[in-house]
Design a protein around this ligand. Sequence first.
Ligand SMILES: *Cc1c(COP(=O)(O)O)cnc(C)c1O
Length: 358
Amino acid sequence: MPRPICATIDLSSLRNNLAVARAHAGSAKVWCVVKADAYGHGLDNAVRAWRDLADGFALLDLDEAVQLRDSGIRQPILMLEGAFEPADLLRMAESDLTPVIHHMGQVAMIVGAGLPQRMPVYLKANTGMNRLGLAAGDWPVALATLRACPQVGPITLMTHFADADGERGIDWQMARFDALCAGSGLPRSMANSAALLRFPQANADWVRPGIMLYGGSPFPVRHSAAQLGLRPVMTLRSEIISVQRLEPGDSVGYGCLFTAQRPMRVGVVACGYADGYPRHAPTGTPVNVAGRMTGTVGRVSMDMIAVDLENVPDAGGGAPVVLWGEGCPADDVATAAGTVSYELFCALAPRVPVEVVG
Ligand SMILES: *Cc1c(COP(=O)(O)O)cnc(C)c1O
């Protein structure tokens, strides 16, 4: 028998979550963001679910984008980091991909690329994220250069929000972006999941949801995924493979981080950080054992983690465990571990077998 750990990917949840995004998007078109192997869910699985539902797919990796195109995807494919060298643009042209242009070097690259046909592009402004995007001072000349370039086709203007899920919101960035776009008459794209759910005024022509499509809330402390109508896509399951009885003073695992105050039972689950479970998850991180919520105890080790069986008296060896997903929200696990569901999903290790359902 193989080690009892397995992740399931639910395609019906992917479809449900895209429908939720679409309901918020109004008349805007939806880029399904599938970077990082569809946030760890498998690019193939995302394509199976959304082949006929997405208006476009957005990602970073050129090989993955070409693979998408070769799998028969007809929709636009957006390259979120654009070209890294001029040769990339030729490959993008061959597969009819749409690059983001976010610095002046990329403007020069497309002007000099010798492209065989007009290429649609996204021009990205830095409005306060200070990661990718043209500075306001470079923007007018970049836009004028692209408009004058015979190799450039339709231009869409984009920016990315730094705090759509937080206190500052988006107004300060939208004001800057509006000023840059004024009078251009060009289509625009701004919203990630958080903005799509909170700020309909940022929908514009194309929205770019990622995490919500995978069933994660972009602001889990305020609104749970379930409250937003989102369903978990990835469920990480395993089993109890050993049970220990502790007496007061007994500790569990490396570093003896947890010490029992009273007699208690703990179960040892076949899942550790080498499977993608966060090593820094503290004692009390939520976990579902045999249908009941309980918490982890002690330090996460490479292949195992211990869980408190006090309120799951019937659970012994072989009891089913959900680490996150259906029955144990990934957002709650992530919050307990001081991270975000994005990181949990992306960290799912290659050694974990994946089963596709729905
Ligand atoms: C990743 C990404 C998104 C999606 O963000 P979520 O928070 O996952 O919705 C949108 N736009 C850009 C440019 C991105 O890099």
